[in-house]
Design a protein around this ligand. Structure first.
Ligand code: GLN
Length: 202
């Protein structure tokens, strides 16, 4: 059974611990650099990416985390966690650093004032059982992706261009929305399968 940490500096940590446990992983909060060495994979929760970034630097986990991402550890980021996994962000704070790893440009708080928070069905490539219930809370979207990034879900705004809201690059997964708040653990189960595939050398 894979041991999956949830980065517990800030954000909705508890909900992810529950969702991972229900998806048959051993879940535990991770705060300190030493704890990063003891996990097979990591979830970066939703919350506030500027604060999370600051705390990651303060607690000394930013660099070790980058090293583990570079070495292939699977990571799943939701919302603020998606921002943390972006190689480049728009509308971030001037001094805001990310862990990076996914070759994408992510725009913070992208869904404007009218639409700061909303819920919408999302067709998610590779998941059986119909749409995922997408909970978007001051959510980012993915503005553009590099060639190695697989787009797993997009939203349409009428006839307007699509907004990308879920991506995967290698062992890294990111969603603009929060499956951990819905009681539907298919996205977490999808991630746990990714982790198992790595552990088994797949
Ligand atoms: N707007 C937040 C940020 O920029 C993300 C919101 C969320 O995680 N629900 O970090």
């Amino acid at each position: 059974t894979p041991v999956i940490g949830v980065l517990a500096l800030q954000g909705d940590v508890r909900e992810h611990l529950v969702a991972l446990a229900e998806a048959d992983a051993l879940a535990r909060p991770v705060r300190r650099p030493e704890e990063l060495a003891e996990i097979d994979a990591l979830v970066i929760p939703g919350g506030e990416s500027t604060t999370m970034s600051k705390l990651a630097l303060l607690f000394g986990v930013m660099e070790p985390l980058r090293a583990r991402v570079a070495a292939g550890m699977p990571v799943y980021g939701t919302c603020a966690g998606m921002i943390m996994l972006a190689d480049k962000i728009l509308d971030g704070r001037d001094d805001q650093e990310t862990v990076g790893g996914i070759d994408m440009v992510v725009r913070r708080n992208a869904f404007g004032r009218q639409n700061e928070s909303f819920e919408q069905g999302v067709a998610f490539t590779g998941l059986e059982g119909g749409d995922v219930h997408g909970v978007f809370i001051r959510a980012p979207w993915v503005e553009s992706v590099g060639a190695g990034v697989e787009i797993l879900a997009s939203l349409h705004e009428g006839t307007e261009a699509e907004h990308i809201v879920a991506v995967r690059q290698g062992n890294l997964l990111a969603t603009s929305f929060h499956p951990e708040l819905t009681g539907d653990h298919r996205v977490h189960a999808f991630f746990v399968e990714m982790v198992r595939a790595v552990s088994h050398g797949g």
